[in-house]
Ligand binder design. Structure first.
Ligand code: ZN
Length: 151
Protein backbone atom coordinates (compact mmCIF):
# COMPACT_ATOMS: atom_id res chain seq x y z
CA UNK A 1 0.00 0.00 0.00
CA UNK A 2 1.08 3.58 -0.56
CA UNK A 3 2.00 5.70 2.39
CA UNK A 4 1.21 9.38 2.60
CA UNK A 5 2.99 11.66 5.05
CA UNK A 6 2.85 15.39 5.69
CA UNK A 7 6.27 16.95 5.27
CA UNK A 8 5.61 20.48 6.35
CA UNK A 9 2.85 22.82 7.33
CA UNK A 10 2.48 26.56 7.42
CA UNK A 11 -0.40 28.62 8.65
CA UNK A 12 -0.72 32.29 7.90
CA UNK A 13 -3.40 34.83 8.54
CA UNK A 14 -4.24 37.40 5.88
CA UNK A 15 -6.98 40.02 6.23
CA UNK A 16 -8.62 37.97 8.98
CA UNK A 17 -8.91 34.95 6.68
CA UNK A 18 -6.92 31.83 7.45
CA UNK A 19 -4.79 30.15 4.84
CA UNK A 20 -3.11 26.80 5.32
CA UNK A 21 -0.66 25.07 3.04
CA UNK A 22 0.61 21.56 3.59
CA UNK A 23 2.93 19.38 1.51
CA UNK A 24 2.29 15.63 1.52
CA UNK A 25 4.69 12.96 0.34
CA UNK A 26 3.34 9.88 -1.35
CA UNK A 27 5.22 6.76 -2.47
CA UNK A 28 3.64 5.32 -5.58
CA UNK A 29 3.93 1.58 -6.16
CA UNK A 30 3.33 1.09 -9.89
CA UNK A 31 4.28 2.61 -13.22
CA UNK A 32 0.71 3.88 -13.59
CA UNK A 33 -1.85 4.07 -10.83
CA UNK A 34 -4.61 6.23 -9.39
CA UNK A 35 -4.56 6.73 -5.61
CA UNK A 36 -7.44 8.04 -3.49
CA UNK A 37 -6.18 11.00 -1.42
CA UNK A 38 -9.61 12.28 -0.30
CA UNK A 39 -9.01 11.26 3.33
CA UNK A 40 -5.64 13.02 3.38
CA UNK A 41 -7.16 16.23 2.02
CA UNK A 42 -10.03 16.05 4.50
CA UNK A 43 -7.51 15.50 7.31
CA UNK A 44 -5.61 18.64 6.27
CA UNK A 45 -8.89 20.56 6.36
CA UNK A 46 -9.66 19.24 9.85
CA UNK A 47 -6.18 20.24 11.06
CA UNK A 48 -6.57 23.74 9.61
CA UNK A 49 -9.81 24.40 11.43
CA UNK A 50 -11.18 26.20 8.38
CA UNK A 51 -14.92 25.68 7.91
CA UNK A 52 -15.75 27.62 4.73
CA UNK A 53 -13.61 28.34 1.67
CA UNK A 54 -11.78 26.73 -1.21
CA UNK A 55 -9.24 23.93 -1.28
CA UNK A 56 -6.61 23.63 -3.98
CA UNK A 57 -4.95 20.25 -4.45
CA UNK A 58 -1.86 20.68 -6.59
CA UNK A 59 0.69 18.27 -8.00
CA UNK A 60 4.17 19.77 -8.69
CA UNK A 61 5.21 17.08 -11.17
CA UNK A 62 5.21 16.84 -14.97
CA UNK A 63 4.37 13.13 -15.19
CA UNK A 64 1.64 12.94 -12.53
CA UNK A 65 -1.71 14.67 -12.05
CA UNK A 66 -4.70 15.36 -9.81
CA UNK A 67 -8.28 14.50 -10.73
CA UNK A 68 -11.74 13.86 -9.30
CA UNK A 69 -13.65 10.77 -10.34
CA UNK A 70 -15.74 7.80 -9.27
CA UNK A 71 -14.92 5.86 -6.12
CA UNK A 72 -17.67 3.24 -6.35
CA UNK A 73 -16.49 0.80 -8.97
CA UNK A 74 -12.69 0.24 -8.87
CA UNK A 75 -12.84 -0.63 -12.57
CA UNK A 76 -13.40 3.07 -13.31
CA UNK A 77 -9.83 3.85 -12.18
CA UNK A 78 -8.54 1.00 -14.33
CA UNK A 79 -10.59 2.20 -17.29
CA UNK A 80 -9.26 5.75 -16.89
CA UNK A 81 -5.72 4.41 -17.15
CA UNK A 82 -6.69 2.21 -20.12
CA UNK A 83 -8.33 5.16 -21.87
CA UNK A 84 -5.34 7.41 -21.23
CA UNK A 85 -3.08 4.71 -22.72
CA UNK A 86 -5.20 4.88 -25.89
CA UNK A 87 -5.05 8.70 -25.99
CA UNK A 88 -1.35 8.73 -25.16
CA UNK A 89 0.36 5.48 -26.19
CA UNK A 90 3.82 4.58 -24.89
CA UNK A 91 5.23 4.54 -28.40
CA UNK A 92 4.76 7.46 -30.73
CA UNK A 93 6.60 10.01 -32.80
CA UNK A 94 7.99 11.64 -29.68
CA UNK A 95 11.36 13.37 -29.38
CA UNK A 96 11.78 13.83 -25.61
CA UNK A 97 15.06 12.16 -24.59
CA UNK A 98 13.69 10.65 -21.37
CA UNK A 99 11.37 8.35 -23.30
CA UNK A 100 8.39 9.17 -21.09
CA UNK A 101 6.49 11.54 -23.36
CA UNK A 102 3.31 9.48 -22.90
CA UNK A 103 3.43 10.30 -19.18
CA UNK A 104 3.99 14.02 -19.85
CA UNK A 105 0.99 14.04 -22.21
CA UNK A 106 -1.22 12.25 -19.66
CA UNK A 107 -0.18 14.78 -17.00
CA UNK A 108 -1.33 17.65 -19.22
CA UNK A 109 -4.53 15.87 -20.28
CA UNK A 110 -5.60 15.23 -16.68
CA UNK A 111 -4.20 18.44 -15.19
CA UNK A 112 -1.96 19.40 -12.29
CA UNK A 113 -4.67 20.52 -9.85
CA UNK A 114 -8.26 20.50 -8.68
CA UNK A 115 -10.06 23.32 -6.88
CA UNK A 116 -12.71 22.15 -4.43
CA UNK A 117 -15.42 23.83 -2.37
CA UNK A 118 -15.20 23.63 1.41
CA UNK A 119 -18.45 23.91 3.41
CA UNK A 120 -18.99 23.29 7.11
CA UNK A 121 -15.50 21.80 7.42
CA UNK A 122 -16.07 19.23 4.67
CA UNK A 123 -15.19 18.95 1.00
CA UNK A 124 -18.27 19.32 -1.19
CA UNK A 125 -18.09 16.10 -3.21
CA UNK A 126 -20.77 14.04 -4.90
CA UNK A 127 -21.59 10.65 -3.41
CA UNK A 128 -19.37 8.85 -5.91
CA UNK A 129 -16.57 11.42 -6.15
CA UNK A 130 -13.08 11.07 -4.70
CA UNK A 131 -9.92 13.12 -5.14
CA UNK A 132 -7.16 11.16 -6.85
CA UNK A 133 -3.41 11.42 -7.26
CA UNK A 134 -2.51 9.99 -10.69
CA UNK A 135 0.90 8.42 -11.26
CA UNK A 136 1.98 8.01 -14.89
CA UNK A 137 5.73 7.32 -14.57
CA UNK A 138 6.29 5.51 -11.30
CA UNK A 139 7.01 4.07 -8.97
CA UNK A 140 8.39 7.25 -7.44
CA UNK A 141 8.36 9.35 -4.33
CA UNK A 142 5.94 12.17 -5.08
CA UNK A 143 4.46 15.24 -3.46
CA UNK A 144 1.19 17.05 -3.57
CA UNK A 145 0.16 20.32 -1.95
CA UNK A 146 -3.13 21.03 -0.17
CA UNK A 147 -3.81 24.77 0.04
CA UNK A 148 -6.84 25.71 2.14
CA UNK A 149 -8.21 29.23 1.72
CA UNK A 150 -10.86 30.52 4.08
CA UNK A 151 -13.58 32.72 2.64
ZN1 ZN B 1 10.38 13.35 -19.21
Amino acid sequence: MSSTTARSSTDTSCRNNMSSSKVFEIQTQSHSEILDITGVVQGAIRDSGVQEGMVLVYCPHTTAAITINENGDPDVKRDLLTGLDILSPKRGEYRHFEGNSDAHLKSSLVGASELLVLQEGRLVLGTWQSVYFCEFDGPRRREFIVKIMEG
